[in-house]
Design a protein around this ligand. Structure first.
Ligand SMILES: Nc1nc2c(ncn2[C@@H]2O[C@H](COP(=O)(O)OP(=O)(O)OP(=O)(O)O)[C@@H](O)[C@H]2O)c(=O)[nH]1
Ligand SMILES: [Mg+2]
Length: 241
């Protein structure tokens, strides 16, 4: 049964101040459309896009969150389980640039360190820029992430942002697989009396039935290979048999 083709699903969150273009970026990437009107996001939503990368099928679930402070409490909960993050600011909004660090922290509080990129959106408005190119580069360097200059409106550089994140996640996943010396899904068997205590499994809370076994899915940044049928395969999970 494990010969079936598996795909990798990655949850990506986009964060940043209101009106920097988060929803626009997701619409552009997942639906290929752009709208001029600004309708602030209330709460959260997500769209998907499947890409193939180095011969692997990757399903990106891109989560849109509200940038307005008033929705902070709601949106934080949705960062949980994200495996990659886009920190977005706008070329024409100084506050949004200065808020980047605090957005990174909010995501880190929920997800730990995950592959992250800095996105400067609205470069089509470079004539009205309030952020020097060197400042953006310096910020990216000090955050330890790559900077992408993007225009969602003109469709410049949007795809590469997500390909880069997907590639980072795949690389991590392969490194982990290699370290575990496994070619696929092989849940380590444990006894019901020796529940896992490794950091990987702390905070485990989701139970999943799989062929008579109970798998305990670890919280956080695991990247799951899933059956095309949509049934979850739990990588690196423990099972009580
Ligand atoms: N000129 C220009 N405008 C853009 C670009 N991307 C988005 N916009 C516009 O910026 C405004 C805000 O975009 P949204 O995508 O709604 O912003 P948001 O970050 O989702 O905002 P919140 O939901 O409030 O957090 C809209 O009017 C968009 O049309 C871009 O690359 N260039
Ligand atoms: Mg929005």
């Amino acid at each position: 049964m494990y010969e079936e083709e598996l795909e990798v699903a990655i949850k990506v969150v986009i964060v940043g101040n209101g009106a920097v273009g988060k929803s626009s970026m997701i619409q552009r990437y997942c639906k290929g459309i752009f709208t001029r009107d600004y309708k602030k996001t209330i709460g959260v939503d997500f769209l998907e896009r499947q890409i193939s990368l180095g011969g692997e099928e990757v399903r990106l679930m891109v989560w849109d969150t509200a940038g307005q402070e008033e929705f902070d409490a709601i949106t934080r909960a949705y960062y949980r389980g994200a495996q990659a993050c886009v920190l977005a600011f706008s070329t024409t909004d100084r506050d949004s640039f200065e808020a980047v660090r605090s957005w990174k922290k909010k995501v880190e509080d929920e997800c730990g360190e995950i592959p992250t990129v800095l996105v400067q959106n609205k470069i089509d408005l470079a004539d009205h820029s309030v952020v020097e190119p060197e400042e953006a580069e310096m910020l990216a360097r000090s955050l330890g992430c790559r900077l992408f200059r993007v225009s969602v409106k003109e469709d410049v550089n949007v795809g590469p942002v997500f390909r880069h994140l997907a590639a980072c996640c795949l690389e991590e996943m392969h490194a982990e697989e290699e370290a575990m010396g496994m070619g696929g899904y092989q849940p380590p068997a444990i006894s019901a009396f020796s529940l896992p205590v490794s950091p990987l499994h702390k905070g485990s809370k989701h139970h999943h039935h799989h062929h008579g076994a109970i798998a305990i899915k670890s919280r956080g940044r695991r990247i799951f290979r899933t059956h095309h049928a949509g049934k979850n395969m739990l990588r690196g999970a423990c099972s009580i048999i």
